[in-house]
Design a protein around this ligand. Structure first.
Ligand code: HEM
Length: 441
């Protein structure tokens, strides 16, 4: 469906691509080296072709420069003065008239909490919000995460046909309950927030037609209304001298004692965290279990020595990142990897490709939980926007792997080669992780 995209780049509008397209050994142009921006099931061969043939390529249909080598991706993330994140949350597909009306009428004014804000605003807000992401707070969450994991695993393992879907049975609920708890929302709301988050992913990074956008537009209005309600609720608690004991309450309290953050900004932080805080972690948990089971020798290594779990998680983040591409905008005429980038250009940094760059990682196509430099992956970004929740995500994943190794060491994948990943520009998430723990037949 990418052919429907508006050509956002000035060079694309003239039909003149600023960089030469590759050609196969037979001299036939290899259109985009097989790169299909929204096709997530197996993008890795096309990433390898991009790195090899055209590491900075202008994709005419998408209107973005695509950057695929490790050093270029990292340097671009790092140079926030020239490469702004202001487009990071912009809808890839222009919002249709009907969706726009629904959102305007519904009072939807949400903006990115942090990731699309730029200094000095970003610096001010990040300093306030990051005080909430403390090891003390994580430690408090740990027992509940472990209990939830054990409960969900027991539930899954009681299926009479000895088959389950690790994604739906375990990976969705764990981080969603955690982030809702952090923001003062009860676990009974998991399904509702999940629905809103799916709408957010589809509306921002998806490839929807105008008609397909309509139900999602309604969901986003409800989602934003709920964020405003959470802020109002925290103010009420503060006025009544109640202790909210959650992140929204803490931000409202910080505001009352002089921190420079408005109600709209707090609601925007909620809007961002309620999405960022679980969607990608659900994918990380699913991918860790999926990759380990797809590589039984690596799974066995963890059974023998669970102290290797943290490296296995870093290797999963490198090999199968939850986010394979993240956006930046050039603020001035510049270049990346020797390719000229005009001011105003949109850029897609392919972390999913950078993580498999043979210049940085030896035998990058091998999933190896003993890899010494796995943690140099770029899956949490790099620089001033480096993921604020990275430790929370890894802690939850570690607990899930620990509990799964204990409860179901004989877990196996079913039909691993048939697992699909939803279409999306940035998020590479499996649609299911079918598993069994029954007798080998
Ligand atoms: C596997 C899980 C996760 C992945 C792969 C991930 C990935 C990312 C990426 C790629 C960015 C943008 C970095 C950049 O622009 O340089 C980011 C930013 C962010 N992430 Fe995460 N994230 C994960 C989990 C979480 C969790 C659990 C939370 C919160 C509870 C969170 C909160 C944030 C926030 C607030 C930002 C914006 C930071 C800023 O702009 O200063 N993330 N994350």
């Amino acid at each position: 469906m990418t052919a429907q995209f508006a050509l956002a780049h000035p060079a694309a509008a003239t039909g003149q691509c600023p960089v030469a397209h590759g050609a196969s050994e037979h001299g036939v142009p290899t259109k985009n080296h097989g790169y299909a921006p929204f096709a997530m099931t197996d993008p890795f061969p096309s990433y390898a072709a991009l790195r090899e043939n055209e590491p900075v390529m202008f994709d005419e249909e998408l209107g973005y420069f695509i950057v695929s080598r490790y050093d270029d991706v990292k340097a671009t993330f790092d140079n926030w003065q020239v490469f702004s994140s202001e487009n990071a949350q912009a809808p890839v597909r222009p919002r249709g008239a009907a969706a726009t009306t629904i959102m305007n009428d519904g009072g939807f004014t949400a903006y990115s909490g942090l990731s699309a804000r730029i200094p000095p605003e970003h610096t001010r807000l990040r300093a306030i919000v990051q005080k909430e992401f403390t090891p003390r707070r994580y430690k408090k969450l740990e027992p509940t995460i472990r209990e939830n994991t054990a409960r969900l695993l027991t539930q899954m393992l009681s299926h009479p046909d000895a088959r389950g879907d690790f994604l739906k049975d375990v990976a969705v609920d764990i981080p969603t309950i955690t982030i809702l708890g952090l923001l003062g929302v009860g676990p009974e709301m998991v399904a509702t927030y999940k629905k809103w988050s799916d709408s957010r992913a589809a509306m921002t990074w998806g490839d929807l037609t105008d008609d397909e956008q309509i139900p999602h537009a309604h969901n986003l209005v409800d989602y934003w209304t709920e964020c405003l309600r959470l802020v109002k609720n925290a103010h009420d608690q503060l006025e009544n001298n109640e202790n909210g004991d959650n992140l929204v309450f803490d931000l409202v309290q910080a505001q009352s004692t002089g921190s420079e953050i408005s109600d709209h900004e707090i609601a925007s932080v909620c809007y961002s965290l309620l999405f960022a805080g679980h969607e990608t972690t659900t994918t990380l948990i699913s991918n860790t279990i999926r990759e380990l089971l797809a590589h039984p020798a690596e799974w066995q290594k963890l059974i023998d020595d669970p102290s290797r779990i943290p490296t296995a998680i870093d290797e999963t983040l490198r090999f199968s990142p939850s986010i394979v591409g993240w956006r930046r905008k050039a603020l001035e005429d510049t270049e990346i990897g020797g390719v000229k980038i005009p001011a105003g250009s949109n850029i897609l940094l392919l972390m999913g490709s950078a993580n498999r760059d043979p210049g940085t990682f030896e035998q990058p196509e091998t999933f190896d939980i003993n890899r010494v430099n796995a943690r140099n992956h770029l899956s949490f970004g790099f620089g001033i926007h480096y993921c604020l929740g990275n430790m929370l995500a890894k802690m939850q994943d570690k607990i899930v792997v620990e509990e799964t190794l204990k409860a179901a060491p004989g877990l196996r994948l079913i039909d691993a080669e048939k697992i699909e990943f939803g279409d999306n520009l940035s998020f590479r998430a499996p649609t299911s992780v079918p598993v069994t723990w029954g007798e080998n037949k």
